[in-house]
Design a protein around this ligand. Structure first.
Ligand SMILES: Cc1cc2nc3c(=O)[nH]c(=O)nc-3n(C[C@H](O)[C@H](O)[C@H](O)COP(=O)(O)OP(=O)(O)OC[C@H]3O[C@@H](n4cnc5c(N)ncnc54)[C@H](O)[C@@H]3O)c2cc1C
Length: 474
């Protein structure tokens, strides 16, 4: 829905109809046909699975997608003459990420950021941080805190911090700050950096995240993180041209009690020998898709235990930058009365020469803001900028706001290991049922959950398992 406010064009993302992909990929689907494989969901996992099957000669495949577009939590729109990504931004770990290789195949230019998911502390080397009164934290203050954060990370990776099974990441930081006797302003800065580093990655508060699960998570991915020019979706829109996708077709029932799998969706009933389910954890938690028979107890318990976090974006478009346009990140520490009001701001001017600031919020604060009006959100982020740059800053000419928790086909931003869960829960989510119902999606990756590549690779794994069945003697 496009609203007009005074002379400003305001686009409320939640209602924005982005129908280009609907035109490009919707094909009439024959409900009476028996497909070899049906894939539910055209996000990174579903498209990864479909591409793998296609490349390996399995052509009788249908992808059923609820939305009017492909990509799922990869969602690029182009409202201001420049691509804005409302879901994922970074192609992480360029050395080993198959999506990074695709950027070369499809001629998608990328920029390497200072933000580096292999070394989260790195981001603070290009970071203007202000205290809650708007006074800049000095370079020596930042450096001494970052040295402590390096020490904390080192202790985690060498298992030097021992806590009880149900301890949280907040407990780990408290233990460390006591051990190092970190106090006063240094403690405030340390706590800010700890929150900033971990909560965005997990989309959850430090006291919601399981310490033991995080310390046992090991990814083999390496390399720097990249921002794709022209938007993330370009990686997917190239290769889906050969794949049969039914858009605007939410699945309501998956019956695997029969021979093969019967699927009921808005546009009809479908039958396949095998199905790959890539429904987001939030959708599985909500139970809006019925499984017949019910999913096994172990899988249901893991769905319940794992957390679906909140991570949202606010884009502000200005006429020209009034901030330090060389720095990658800007942020202001929350005041004591509102300790959760934490935004980190990515300066997109640095890379794309567009006067755009991108605010991120995470965890329970992000969840809370989803219930705020657009006006309240915009007033809040502008007030933060005024604390830093003074009251005379210009008003933005347009904005974009995401509310992933309210999106019925995501019901949250991405999964995280909540208290009481372990990495086994991610594996339980991935476990196939009766070798005919297979599962993929970011929350099925025990090594790289909550990422686009984790989802993509889980789709490839599920496709390989299906192919083993297709090749197996009857
Ligand atoms: C704001 C934000 C920022 C992020 N930033 C990054 C980042 O920088 N880098 C990174 O690697 N990751 C990032 N992520 C995470 C990443 O986007 C996801 O982990 C990944 O895209 C998930 O892919 P998926 O295939 O598992 O799920 P999805 O992309 O959600 O795909 C599932 C598909 O299933 C469809 N579906 C749901 N219900 C039904 C139904 N009933 N019937 C049919 N279809 C249905 C959905 O519409 C969707 O298309 C971010 C996520 C968010 C929200």
């Amino acid at each position: 829905m496009i609203l007009t406010l005074g002379k400003k064009i305001v686009i409320s993302v939640f209602f924005l109809i982005f129908s280009v992909f609907a035109l490009a990929y919707t094909k009439p689907v024959d409900s009476s046909h028996e497909y070899k494989v049906i894939i539910i969901g055209a996000g990174s996992a579903g498209l990864g699975a479909a591409q793998y099957l296609y490349q390996h000669g399995v052509k009788d495949v249908l992808v059923i997608e609820a939305r009017n577009r492909i990509g799922g939590r990869v969602w690029t729109i182009n409202p201001w003459g420049t691509a804005t990504d409302l879901g994922a931004s970074w192609i992480m770990h360029a050395n080993t990420n198959p999506l990074a290789k695709m950027t070369q195949t499809f001629g998608v230019n990328t920029v390497t950021t200072v933000y580096d998911s292999n070394n989260l502390v790195n981001k603070f080397s290009s970071f203007d941080l202000y205290d809650s009164n708007g006074k800049k934290i000095s370079v020596p203050e930042m450096k001494s805190t970052l040295a402590l954060m390096d020490k904390f990370n080192d202790e985690i990776s060498h298992n030097k911090i021992h806590l009880e099974d149900n301890a949280t990441m907040a407990d780990a930081f408290t233990t460390f700050t006591k051990q190092e006797n970190i106090q006063g302003k240094k403690l405030q800065i340390f706590n800010f950096i700890a929150k900033d580093m971990i909560e965005s990655e997990a989309a959850a508060d430090l006291n919601q995240i399981s310490f033991s699960a995080v310390s046992s998570m090991h990814s083999n991915m390496t390399g720097k993180d990249l921002l794709p020019q022209g938007g993330y979706i370009r990686l997917f829109s190239e290769f889906v041209k050969n794949i049969e996708i039914s858009l605007n077709n939410p699945v309501t029932e998956i019956d695997y009690d029969q021979q093969g799998v019967n699927i009921i969706a808005k546009k009809g009933a479908y039958h396949a020998q095998y199905a790959i389910v890539t429904l987001p954890l939030g959708v599985l938690k909500a139970g809006t898709v019925k499984f017949l028979p019910k999913l096994p107890k172990e899988k249901l318990a893991s769905i319940k235990r794992l957390g679906m976090g909140f991570f949202n974006k606010v884009y502000l478009l200005f006429n020209k930058p009034f901030w330090n346009s060389d720095v990658e990140w800007i942020s202001i520490m929350p005041n004591k009365e509102k300790p959760k009001e934490h935004y980190e701001i990515l300066n997109l001017y640095k890379y794309f020469k567009q006067p755009i600031l991108l605010f991120f919020s995470a965890g329970s604060f992000s969840e809370e803001t989803e219930n705020w009006t657009d006006k309240k959100i915009i007033d809040d982020v502008i007030n933060k900028l005024k604390l830093i740059y003074g009251n005379d800053i210009p008003s933005p000419s347009a904005y974009l706001i995401t509310r992933w928790g309210k999106d019925p086909y995501a019901q949250g931003s991405y999964s995280y290991p909540s208290i009481g869960s372990s990495m086994e829960d991610f594996k339980n989510l991935a476990a196939p049922i009766e070798n005919k119902l297979f599962f993929a999606g970011e929350a099925t990756s025990a090594t790289d959950p909550s990422t686009v590549h984790g989802a993509f690779l889980s789709g490839t794994t599920a496709a390989k398992l299906v192919m083993q069945q297709l090749r197996a003697p009857l």
